[in-house]
Design a protein around this ligand. Sequence first.
Ligand code: TGC
Ligand code: FAD
Length: 393
Amino acid sequence: MFKEIAVDAQHDLLDVDHLLDDEERAIRDTARLFAQKRLAPHVAEWFESGTLPAREIAREMGEAGLLGMHLEGYGCAGVSSLAYGLASAELEAVDSGLRSLFSVQGSLAMYSIHANGSEEQRQQWLPGMAAGTYVGAFGLTEPDHGSNPKGMRTKARQDGSDWVLNGSKMWITNGSIADVVIIWAQTDEGVRGFVVPTDTPGFSARDIKQKMSMRASVTSELALEDVRLPHDAMLPGARGLSGPLGALNEARFGILFGTTGAARSCVETAIEYAKTRVQFDRPIAAFQLTQQKLADMSLEHGKALLLAVHLGRLKEAGRLTHAQVSAGKLNNTRVALDIARTARTVLGANGVSGEYPVMRHANNLESVLTYEGTAEIHTLTIGRALTGISAFE
Ligand code: TGC
Ligand code: FAD
């Protein structure tokens, strides 16, 4: 039997809840109910088997109003950035892979079409993506270009009025189950984005196996061989790297909230376990060394959540900078990973068991530390903002 947290439990040492308004709490609670009732009971099995009924879950996320929830119109809920962040945390409290499904759909694929697509592209794709009947993916990373997408080799060339795409993409979440992928490619006028239906001849996807992390998530390698698209497949509003990086900014914002969910799940699990596990005739929670771990984890989780709420308020005020998003993603992912590792020690040998969520969170958070910009890239982005000197050039 898998040990899951009660739906109404939420660890909140610093009473960050007090900083939220009623609507934000209501959206968070709806997302929590969905995550805990629909996803939590199955996630350990999905992780262990390395399979996820992703299309079914996408449809249910759509019905719950979660997909593209921070976007306006086209069937999207249009909630605040902060409410979107809180929902992200609830999904990641279950598993980072499930939050990835939600992030890639809403903040990478849908956002790209919403922000940079033509009206026809928006009408064609967004309502179905919001409903979860269409699944989206985002193809930026390539086998030889991860942190430095500027060097990407995937090419789009014009042939009459058509575009013809050739290249490959690597580590693409939702890749093999997607109906549509936003593919970023070099053109004569720099990097441009293309809306690629996955049934286009020449497009193929193969899942990446042997993942030790994000096992409850589909991750694929994409091949594009003479993929022919009509001229209006290009996203008209995205020119250069600011197109994909703008979408990444949205998704990174979701992650800086999401990781607080994984951290919370680990803190709650460690506290519950420490109160009931008896050694030397006392619950291990009675030992000062255990209490220190619980206090440190709880405090770090609270500080990460405060940072997330603060950045959410800055975003709503239109003041949030890229460097601040980097600071939040860097800090909160690092904190969540530290918490997961400490929580694992509190659980002793049970800490490595899939019956408890902590090792699963720790393994997932290793991916979160790397994707959407590695810890090093975000450190250097902050360094660039502080000094005015780019370490990338
Ligand atoms: P740089 O010269 O700095 O910028 C090029 C253009 O982009 C603009 N820009 C940004 N826009 C929005 N948000 C940001 N954070 C931005 N950073 C830069 C910039 O203003 C400029 O615009 P313009 O109009 O002047 O052209 O570019 P650079 O080549 O020096 O690169 C900077 C660097 C290294 C920070 C960037 O390449 C980077 O972030 N690399 C990391 C790549 C990355 O994060 N890949 C993620 C792939 S997707 C993914 O991992 C999904 S995981 C699944 C899930 O989400 O759950
Ligand atoms: P590299 O760029 O090769 O980096 C290797 C190491 O070198 C890292 O530690 C890095 O920080 C360091 N490094 C690189 N450059 C510098 C520098 N200038 N200074 C200091 N250190 C540096 N991508 C997508 O496009 N779409 C997706 O949906 C997607 N989903 C993913 C899902 C999972 C589970 C994973 C693991 C990855 C996913 N990615 C996706 C890819 C992810 O964005 C990349 O892995 C990430 O950007 C890093 O690229 P890389 O793995 O090639 O590492």
